[in-house]
Design a binder for this molecule. Structure first.
Ligand code: SF4
Ligand code: SF4
Length: 137
C-alpha cells in the first residue's frame, strides 16, 4: 500500500525548529480528538488541541502563533496523558510560546514584580512555576 506523507509544504523551517525543540513526532497523530475531549480549557480555545497538531502538520504557522489557545493552555498535561500515540500537545504549545517570545525578544511577565505574587498565600506554587515557564523565555 502506498504511504501518504503528512509532511508540511509551508513554513518548513519553523516547523522543523518546533519539532527539534520538542522532539514530538507530529505525523504519529491520527486525529482521534482524545486530547481535545479531555482538555479542561477547550471551551475557551479558538483552535482545539487536536487541531493544533493538524495545523502543525500542514505548516499553518501564522494561524498557530496568532491563536489564543497558546496562552489559554493551562499546561495540565491531560492531553498528553490521554494520547494513544504518545504525543504531547502541551509540549508543542510550550515550544511555540518559547519560539514566539524568543523571536520578539520579550517576555509576558515582569519577573521583578513576581515577588509580590510569591508572598500571596492564596497563590498556588504550581501557578507561579507554570507562569514562569509559560510567559518567560
Ligand atoms: S490524542 Fe493524540 S493522536 Fe489523538 S488527536 Fe490528540 S494528539 Fe492526535
Ligand atoms: S495541557 Fe493545555 S492543551 Fe493539554 S489538556 Fe491541559 S489545557 Fe488542554
Amino acid at each position: 500500500m502506498e504511504r501518504i506523507e503528512l509532511g508540511t509544504t509551508k513554513n518548513k523551517e519553523k516547523i522543523k525548529e518546533l519539532i527539534l525543540i520538542t522532539g514530538e513526532k507530529i505525523n504519529d497523530c491520527m486525529q482521534c480528538g482524545k486530547c481535545s475531549a479531555g482538555c479542561p480549557a477547550a471551551s475557551q480555545m479558538d483552535i482545539l488541541p487536536h487541531q493544533i497538531i493538524r495545523y502543525i502538520q500542514l505548516g499553518e504557522w501564522k494561524k498557530l502563533i496568532e491563536s489564543k489557545t497558546l496562552w489559554i493552555c493551562a499546561s495540565c498535561f491531560a492531553c498528553a496523558s490521554r494520547c494513544p500515540r504518545d504525543l504531547d500537545v502541551a509540549k508543542l504549545l510550550e515550544g511555540m510560546r518559547v519560539m514566539i517570545l524568543q523571536e520578539k525578544n520579550s517576555k509576558k511577565i515582569d519577573i521583578e514584580k513576581m515577588g509580590r505574587l510569591m508572598t500571596d498565600e492564596k497563590m498556588p506554587q504550581q501557578a507561579i512555576v507554570s507562569a514562569f515557564r509559560k510567559y518567560s523565555k
